[in-house]
Design a protein around this ligand. Sequence first.
Ligand code: UDP
Length: 478
Amino acid sequence: NEITPKPHVAFLASPGLGHITPLFELAIRLVTQHNFQVSFLVITTGATPAQNEYVNANKHPDLHIVDLPTADMSGLVSDDMTAVARLCVIVQESIRPLKSILSGLEGPKLKAVVIDIFCTGVFEACNDLSIPVYSFFTASAALFVFSLYLPTMDKEVEGEFVDLPEPVQVPGCHPIQIQDLLDQVRDRKIDEYKWYLFHVSRLHMTTGIFVNAWDDLEPVSLKAVKHEQFFMQIPTPPVYPIGPLTKQIEPVVTGHEEEIMAWLDKQPKDSVLFVALGSGGTLTSEQQTELAWGLELSHQRFIFVVRKPSDSALAAFFHAGSDSDDPKAYLPEGFVDRTNGVGLVVSSWAPQVAVLNHPSTGAFMSHCGWNSTLESLKHGVPMIGWPMYAEQRMNATILSKEVGVAVKMPVVGDDGETVIVRREEIERIVRAVMEGEEGKKIRSRAKELEASGQATLSHGGSSYETLTQVVESWKLSS
Ligand code: UDP
């Protein structure tokens, strides 16, 4: 009686919780719902405490963690590099031994390798081994379609995109305001642009592309690509919307988790504003002070995740979940005492999904990273969008204008540069969302999307059935 081995798929994610989480959640679904075995390759260079705790919290006998050897980065990265350029170099160096690692994995021959957008360097090794590569685009469908269009734009547009006189019109999609263009394309001369273009230009080499979205959330962008074999004359692999896949298990990262949840237990329903700006987000000292004053003046309950201020919006990216100093040092004098009981200041990291899932949480002031966005919607929590870096300005606009679940903070000036939002404005917007009519409207829309997100992931739902279709094709492949 021979036991047939379970079908085997490998995953590779670039560093950063925002990339690892959705790929990991897909891997967990494959082992728990579809009876697969998964080898999850982890890039250890640049790994953060938050990422390590998340991976450790999700152990499963059929999910094998394979740590890639630490890469020698001496002379290759420096502190003045942008986060994406640094991340891309780390991936490039870490996957040098990929071919021998993939061929040495325990288990039957791989049905597929699933990567995120910054891991397209795997193609050569996978081609040599005849393993199909699937990409999981972990940001919005809107950014996905823009990214498919970018190589065409790169050929057709002279000069900088930020100097274009009109919004960018990706065929079939909502126009993208110039000031909302993602950081990676705002200066075509920098390495970050070259890396982004390199990876998105290789998207068509994949066998299929998963997107962490579903029709009710992004109908227009998904329609533009879902059934297209060519997008802008470029052959496009099948696109599979399988979202919202979000973190299910909240790891213990700082040890303050229980305290935070116990505080929330004592607050009234929907009364608390959760303020957290992503895994890497940092405000300038001036802006953090204004935000603290705005929260205090609003007289609303809040949980405020505070980090050491920085002039770079992404200063914490490679340190996510690290211990921070006493947050009081970075807040207005007396703030913590004056807001005691109404607000809770948390140093550097909070158990975000657990907080969003708590009935006392009424709104989320978020940088609108895509995972944070999906986590908020999955728990029916409306948002105040405070975009910080990457494509978050686009996300904040989509969420406020198209989806109707957020109010956007005016953090961008007419010239596209970041501006300081003053305390009175913050106070006004926080009150409007926590107590006003606007808040009621976006909360009820968030609840609709919560239900729709649940339905699409259930048997018979579109995201569930889409993933099942791919899984079945993997099972049948030789
Ligand atoms: N996160 C968290 N606690 C924090 C800040 C962030 O658990 O205090 C998690 C959050 O739940 C999400 C991820 O970090 O899963 C952030 O991903 P996202 O795509 O929103 O933003 P990025 O970090 O990529 O900018």
